[in-house]
Design a protein around this ligand. Sequence first.
Ligand code: FAD
Length: 373
Amino acid sequence: MGQHFPFMVVGAGGAGAAAAYHLARRGLKPLLIEQFRVGHDRGSSFGHSRIFRLAYDEPEYAGLALEALPAWRALEQEVNMPLYTRTGGLDLGPSGTPTLTQTLAALERIGAVAESLTRAELQRRFPQWHVPDDWAAVYAPEAGIVNPTQTVELLCALTNAHGGQVLENTRVDGIDLGKQPSIHTDAGSFTCDRLVVTAGAWTAKLFPELQEWLTPTLAATTFYRPLEPQAFTPQEFPIFITHDEFQAYGFPSFGLPGVKIGVDVSRPVVDADLRPFDVPGDAAQASDEFMRRYLPDAAGSVMPRQTCLITRAPTTDFLMAAHPQCEQVIVASPCSGHGFKFVPLLGEILAAKALGEAHPWDLPRFGFPARFS
Ligand SMILES: Cc1cc2nc3c(=O)[nH]c(=O)nc-3n(C[C@H](O)[C@H](O)[C@H](O)COP(=O)(O)OP(=O)(O)OC[C@H]3O[C@@H](n4cnc5c(N)ncnc54)[C@H](O)[C@@H]3O)c2cc1C
């Protein structure tokens, strides 16, 4: 058997990089293993932008997001650069849509500033939107953009700086559960005292028992060059989510000179190793239609279309718990399409779990579903 490390982490996406960073910061010299290079574009944590928002229709996730804010601020302080760009956020949809009402209630419940806007108020404040007469909106000033590629690269650099190691281009082919879990890679085998597995869309390849729970799906985004660029800067145009048939989300021009949107009209199930990179036709069509209908001044030429993997759990809850057969192994899939905003806090929670410590935001809903115990 090869080298032994007290702590190892498999997978350098947002969750794994943050877990390794927090372990390294505590002087625990973790080994973080990634099958590709750090910052690659084959998983879930890459690109310029992910939405940060407190606006959830579930109060627990709204609270978790509130708690993630100081974690982002602490990380910003450590690297002395901004990582969260505040733009404000809009939730929009037909007036009376239950999730829209619940979003406002959840924001109020955590004491966040939130404004309910009629369509007329929306049009006055944000004339970029051309929505039907019966639509309404919730505006929350505390919302904005975090940058996945930048964050993952920084967290890996900080892991190294704090005495950990990042081993790239090394694929874990198997894990043996046990008091000292061992992992097998194309570069040899390693043992450890505690293992955190944050393998994103590959999680069920390492733990086939999770195949029926964690489903890798393909998601698509498109950038559009605005016809009126000044109206779509981060200062003028808030991030948004729609509560309608498109279930769209989007960003002002950020990172690239284009408005980025995604629509949730289909969720093709894929194998993480064999997935296509082309954007499915129905997603491209729906995205173009959404822009023409609601944001015509941004619907200029199509810039890149991209795909990304979302690992979905049936409840949209995160999985972050010790393996039912081995308390030394923590399995974490904080995705379902909404995990990045929490990344620095998730790292803190995962490091605490690996150390057997309690964390106030280690919520019961992150546990393995009962059927696996
Ligand atoms: C299109 C899209 C839009 C999204 N929008 C938002 C948003 O607006 N706001 C938000 O908060 N979240 C959003 N998300 C979700 C967020 O990006 C994810 O929750 C988050 O990136 C998940 O990170 P992860 O570390 O769990 O997975 P990943 O980033 O996929 O990381 C897993 C890592 O493990 C590595 N790995 C896997 N298997 C092995 C192995 N056997 N050996 C070695 N390494 C391995 C992989 O290569 C990968 O690097 C979005 C996701 C997508 C795809």
